[in-house]
Design a protein around this ligand. Structure first.
Ligand code: HEC
Length: 114
């Protein structure tokens, strides 16, 4: 007599999803300056390129846009940038950036847009 045993093999499917395919904060350290943070993080949307067009982020160098924004004050702009609003991600998705560094990046954009 033969007894057939059937082994059921459970398949374990694991799917790893990486989140955050936006700008990269890879090169950011606590010493990064406002301009470096702008270049590596914020410029993805704030350089007037495709992402800027899609998200309607105010582009660096767009005097009209930034003069209007600056009238709110650097502090309130910084606060919004840290919290995020609409399509502007919190801290521009830069997990490593300190609040102070975000402020420097905001100041840099304002300075470059005068
Ligand atoms: C994924 C795209 C994206 C990235 C990256 C990004 N921004 Fe923005 N940002 C936006 C958009 C879109 C707006 C306009 C939001 C609106 O007015 O609805 C905005 C608006 C702003 C404003 C205007 C705030 C105000 O008071 O209206 C500031 C300041 C700003 N961003 C700073 C930054 C800084 C600093 C960084 C980098 C650390 C950054 N952004 C990265 C998309 C982005």
């Amino acid at each position: 007599m033969f007894k057939k045993s059937i082994a059921m093999v459970g398949l374990v499917t694991s799917a790893a999803f990486m989140t955050g395919c936006g700008p990269s904060d890879d090169g950011i350290t606590s010493n990064s300056t406002g301009s470096e943070i702008f270049e590596q993080v914020c410029s993805a949307c704030h350089n007037g390129g495709v992402m800027g067009f899609v998200t309607s982020a105010p582009a660096i160098g767009d005097k009209e846009a930034w003069v209007a924004l600056e009238s709110k004050g650097i502090d309130s702009m910084t606060q919004l940038s840290i919290q995020g609003f609409n399509k502007m991600p919190a801290k521009g998705d830069c997990g490593k950036c300190s609040d102070q560094q975000i402020k420097s990046a905001v100041e840099y954009m304002v300075e470059q847009s005068k």
